[in-house]
Design a protein around this ligand. Structure first.
Ligand SMILES: NC(=O)c1ccc[n+]([C@@H]2O[C@H](COP(=O)([O-])OP(=O)(O)OC[C@H]3O[C@@H](n4cnc5c(N)ncnc54)[C@H](OP(=O)(O)O)[C@@H]3O)[C@@H](O)[C@H]2O)c1
Length: 237
C-alpha cells in the first residue's frame, strides 16, 4: 500500500511511537492524518493535514463517532497500548485485566468501528502494533506478553477474514523502543522515529510481518529457526 495519498488514523498519537508515526506519515506524503488521542489537547504541534480525533479505546460509542468523522480513512494504525508489568503469579488480577482490556479488547473495538469505513474506501489496510513478546513471553511482563500474543492471534484471524473484504492486515513486532513505556527497561532501545519509518516502509512493501528494529529482526529470525531457544532466552530475562 502507498502511504503517499493515504488517509490514516493513528491511535495513541499524542506520545511515543504514535507521535512519531504522525510525523513520518506526513513526511511520506499522507494526504490526511487523524491523530487519535483520549485527550486531544496533548497532541502538541500540528500540521494542516493533521486532524485531532478523540479516541479512547474503552469507549465504544466514542469510537463509533470517531469512525463517522474519519469516514474517508484508508489505513488504520492501532498503536495505542499499555504495559503495567509484574509477575502473573502475584500481580493483582485487575492489573492483568487492564492490559487485556486495552491491548486486546480495545484494539478490537477500534477495528470493529473502522472496518466498514476501510471497506467502503477499499483497498484498505490495518496495521496492529504488537511486540516481539507476541512470539515468546517474558516473566516480568507476562500478562502484557499474553495480551500481545492474543492480539497477534486476532491479527492472523482478521487477515483471513478481511482479505475477502479488500482490507490487508499487517502485524508490527517491535523490540524495545525509547518511549515512556520502556522507561524501566535496561535494554538497547530504538528511537520511535526510526521505528515509525520502518513501520511505514513495511506497509509500503506489503510485508505482513513488520520487524521495525534490529532486535525485532534478530528475534524473528531466531524464533523461526528455533522458537524454544527464544522462549528459553526470554524466560530467563
Ligand atoms: N516502547 C516499547 O518498547 C514497545 C515495544 C514493543 C511494542 N510496543 C507497543 O507500541 C505501542 C506504542 O507504545 P509506546 O512505546 O509509544 O507507548 P507510550 O509512550 O506509553 O504511549 C502509549 C500510547 O497509548 C495511548 N493509550 C493507552 N491506553 C489508551 C486508551 N485506553 N485509549 C486511547 N489511547 C490509549 C496513550 O495515551 P495517553 O497518553 O492518554 O495515556 C499513549 O498515547 C503499544 O501498543 C506498545 O505495546 C512498545
Amino acid at each position: 500500500m502507498n502511504i503517499k495519498g493515504s488517509i490514516v488514523v493513528v491511535t495513541g498519537a499524542n506520545r511515543g511511537i504514535g507521535r512519531s508515526l504522525v510525523g513520518a506519515l506526513l513526511a511520506h506524503g499522507a494526504n490526511k492524518v487523524y491523530a487519535g488521542a483520549r485527550d486531544t489537547s496533548k497532541l502538541g504541534a500540528t500540521d494542516s493535514r493533521v486532524v485531532p480525533l478523540k479516541m479512547d479505546l474503552s469507549d465504544e460509542a466514542g469510537l463509533a463517532a470517531a469512525a463517522k468523522t474519519a469516514g474517508d480513512a484508508t489505513l488504520l494504525i492501532n498503536n495505542a497500548g499499555v504495559l503495567e508489568g509484574g509477575s502473573q503469579l502475584t500481580a493483582p488480577i485487575d492489573t492483568l485485566r487492564r492490559e487485556f482490556e486495552t491491548n486486546y479488547f480495545g484494539t478490537l473495538r477500534v477495528i470493529r468501528a473502522f472496518v466498514p469505513v476501510l471497506e467502503k474506501n477499499k483497498p484498505g489496510a490495518i496495521a496492529n502494533v504488537l511486540s516481539v513478546v507476541s512470539w515468546a513471553s517474558m516473566p516480568g511482563i507476562g500478562a502484557y506478553s499474553a495480551s500481545k500474543a492474543a492480539s497477534n492471534s486476532m491479527t492472523m484471524a482478521l487477515r483471513g477474514e478481511l482479505a475477502k473484504r479488500g482490507i490487508s492486515v499487517f502485524g508490527v513486532y517491535p523490540g524495545p523502543v525509547d518511549t515512556d513505556m520502556a522507561k524501566g527497561i535496561e535494554l538497547t532501545k530504538t528511537s520511535p522515529d526510526d521505528v515509525a519509518n520502518a513501520i511505514l516502509k513495511g506497509i509500503e512493501n506489503n510485508s505482513l510481518y513488520i520487524t521495525p528494529d534490529p532486535m525485532a529482526e534478530q528475534v524473528y529470525a531466531g524464533w523461526k529457526g528455533d522458537h524454544a531457544a527464544v522462549e528459553a532466552q526470554f524466560g530467563s530475562m
